[in-house]
Design a protein around this ligand. Structure first.
Ligand code: FAD
Length: 454
C-alpha cells in the first residue's frame, strides 16, 4: 500500500506531519510538482526559483537518508498527481495544507478526484501556528488587526514539533515512477546576479537548523533592542527558511518559547521574536479570509487614489527604474534596494522605508513594488508580501495611517547611526530623485483628495 507524500511549501523532513503520517502507514514515495500552469497560480519570481532549485537538491539528499525517493515533475498538479497514483500503485496521498486561494482550489479538486478513484487523500496542518479557520473573532470572522490576533494565540493550542522520522526499508526499484532531472525544471536563471545569492545563502534544512541554533544562542536575546538595526546581524534571517518550509513555524515558536523559559536574560528578546513570527500567521490568515489581498486594496477607498503607474507615465517609469536599481539618492533606500538585488533579502525596517518612498513620495501603486519584491526576494510569499505592501500603502486592514510618511534621512540617522549599512550596500551617493518635503505634502494632498471622492 504505497503512500505518496506531496511536498510543496514544506521542503524538510523534520516536523513534517504529512511525512510522519505516511511513514506510519506504509512504504513512502515523495513528489515535488513544479506547477506554474494551474489556474490562478502566480509563477515564481527569479530569486525564488533559484532558491527552489537548491532546496530540491537538498531535499532529495535528506529524503535519501530516510530511503525515500523524491520524484520531480513539472506541469498542472492535478494531472501529475493522478498519473503518479496510477504509476506507483498509490493507496493514499498525504500533504501539508496550503492557504493561497488558487492553491486551495487545486488541492480541493485533487482531493475529489482521488476520492472518486478510491484513493485516500489526507491533509495536515504543517505550515502555520494555527489554521486560519480556527482562530476567529467573537463574530466568527478572521482578525483584521494584529494585536487582538496575537493576544488570541494560545501557546498550548500550537502544535508541538513532531519526533524525527526513522528511515524506511529501501524500496525495490521496480514500479517506481520516473522523475524529471532537476536541471530540466529550468529554475536556474542565466543572469550572473545569482552569485550574490549563492554567497549569502545555503537553501535547505541543515543550514536553516544551523541558523536557528545561532539565532537562539546569540541573536534572539538581543532582538528587542536590535531588530530595527539593518547595520547589525540582529534578526533571525530565517524568512526564506520559513517561506520554503525548511523550518516549521511551530518548531521556531517552540524553540523561542523554551529559550524564554530557560534563560531570563534572553526572555524579552525571544518573546519579541515570537511576536514577529506571529505576523507571518497573521498575513496568511488575512489572505485566507480575503483572497483578493494580492490584487485589490483591502480598503476600497484607496481605489480612488490617483496612483502613478509606470506603464502609463514615463516619468513614473524612470523613477521606478531608479528605485529598483537603488539610485534614488536616499542612502538607506538605495542600500536596501542594493541588498535586495545582491542577496535576495532586505531588512524589515528598510523594506518599510523603501516601500514608503515608492508609494508615498513617488505615489506609485503598491502593486508595482509588490511585483518587484516578488521577483527579487528569496522569501517572497503572496500573503506576507501583499499584506505588508498594503500595510505601508495604508490600504490594508491593519495599516499604518496614510499620513505617516517615513523620512528616509531621519530613519537612516536613527537605525544606521554610523552609516555602515549604507556604506556597505550603497557607497556612492546619488542625487535625490524627489524633494522629500514637497513630495510628502503632495502625497498628503492626494490622500485628502481621495477622501473627498470616495
Ligand atoms: P525576524 O525579524 O527574525 O522575524 C522572524 C520571522 O517572522 C520572519 O522570518 C518572518 O517569517 C516573520 N515575520 C517577521 N516580520 C514579518 C512581517 N512584517 N510580516 C510577515 N512575517 C513577518 N516577509 C516575508 O516572509 N515574505 C515577504 O514576501 C515579505 N514581504 C515584505 C514586503 C514589505 C514591503 C515589508 C515591509 C515586509 C515584508 N516582509 C515579508 C516582512 C519582513 O520584512 C520579513 O519577514 C523580515 O524582514 C524577514 O527577516 P527575518 O527573518 O530576519 O525576520
Amino acid at each position: 500500500p504505497t503512500q505518496l507524500v506531496w511536498f510543496r511549501d514544506d521542503l524538510r523532513t523534520s516536523d513534517h506531519p504529512a511525512l510522519n503520517a505516511a511513514l506510519s502507514s506504509g512504504p513512502v514515495i515523495a513528489v515535488y510538482v513544479l506547477d506554474q500552469k494551474s489556474a490562478g497560480i502566480r509563477p515564481l519570481g527569479g530569486a525564488a526559483k533559484w532558491w527552489l532549485h537548491h532546496a530540491l537538491a537538498d531535499l532529495r539528499i535528506s529524503l535519501g537518508q530516510l530511503k525515500i525517493p523524491l520524484i520531480l515533475r513539472q506541469g498542472p498538479a492535478a494531472g501529475i498527481i493522478g498519473e503518479l497514483v496510477h504509476e506507483g500503485s498509490v493507496q493514499a496521498v498525504h500533504w501539508n495544507r496550503r492557504y493561497g486561494h488558487a492553491e486551495r482550489a487545486v488541492d480541493m479538486q485533487i482531493k475529489q478526484d482521488l476520492q472518486a478513484r478510491g484513493v485516500h487523500a489526507h491533509s495536515y496542518s504543517g505550515t502555520l501556528l494555527h489554521e486560519p479557520w480556527e482562530l476567529l473573532t467573537k463574530n466568527d470572522t478572521g482578525y483584521k488587526v494584529f494585536t487582538p490576533f496575537y493576544n488570541a494565540l494560545r501557546d498550548d493550542e500550537i502544535r508541538p514539533p513532531l519526533p524525527a522520522p526513522q528511515a524506511q526499508e529501501p524500496l525495490p526499484d521496480t514500479n517506481l515512477p520516473a522523475s524529471d532531472e532537476l536541471e530540466s525544471l529550468g529554475l536556474l536563471p542565466a543572469l550572473d546576479w545569482i552569485d550574490g545569492l549563492a554567497a549569502q545563502w545555503g537553501p535547505g534544512e541543515a543550514p536553516a537548523r544551523q541558523r536557528l541554533e545561532q539565532v537562539l544562542e546569540s541573536i534572539a536575546g538581543g532582538y528587542a533592542e536590535h531588530h530595527d538595526r539593518p547595520d547589525l546581524d540582529g534578526t533571525s534571517a530565517l524568512s526564506p527558511a520559513l517561506r520554503w518550509g525548511h523550518l516549521s513555524a511551530p518548531e521556531m515558536w517552540d524553540a523561542l518559547g523554551r529559550l524564554a523559559a530557560e534563560n531570563p536574560k534572553a526572555a524579552a528578546g525571544a518573546t519579541a521574536m515570537r511576536r514577529q513570527l506571529a505576523w507571518r500567521d497573521f498575513c496568511w490568515h488575512l489572505y485566507y479570509h480575503h483572497p483578493q489581498l494580492p490584487e485589490r486594496n483591502l480598503r476600497a477607498q484607496f481605489d480612488h487614489f490617483d496612483w502613478a503607474w509606470p506603464e502609463q507615465d514615463p516619468h513614473a517609469a524612470e523613477q521606478v527604474r531608479l528605485w529598483q536599481k537603488g539610485r534614488t539618492g536616499f542612502g538607506l533606500v538605495d542600500a536596501g534596494m542594493q541588498q535586495l538585488w545582491q542577496t535576495g533579502w532586505m531588512h524589515n525596517r528598510v523594506r518599510m522605508v523603501a516601500a514608503s518612498l515608492l508609494v508615498k513620495n513617488l505615489q506609485v501603486h503598491w502593486k508595482v513594488g509588490e511585483r518587484w519584491f516578488w521577483d527579487t526576494l528569496v522569501d517572497a510569499d503572496l500573503a506576507s508580501n501583499s499584506a505588508n505592501w498594503q500595510w505601508v500603502a495604508g490600504s490594508g486592514a491593519d495599516a499604518s495611517p496614510y499620513f505617516r510618511v517615513f523620512n528616509p534621512e531621519l530613519q537612516a540617522k536613527k537605525f544606521d547611526p554610523q552609516g555602515s549599512y549604507v556604506a556597505r550596500y550603497a557607497p556612492l551617493a546619488a542625487e535625490p530623485i524627489v524633494d522629500l518635503k514637497q513630495s510628502r505634502q503632495a502625497a498628503l494632498d492626494a490622500y485628502e483628495q481621495m477622501k473627498l471622492i470616495s
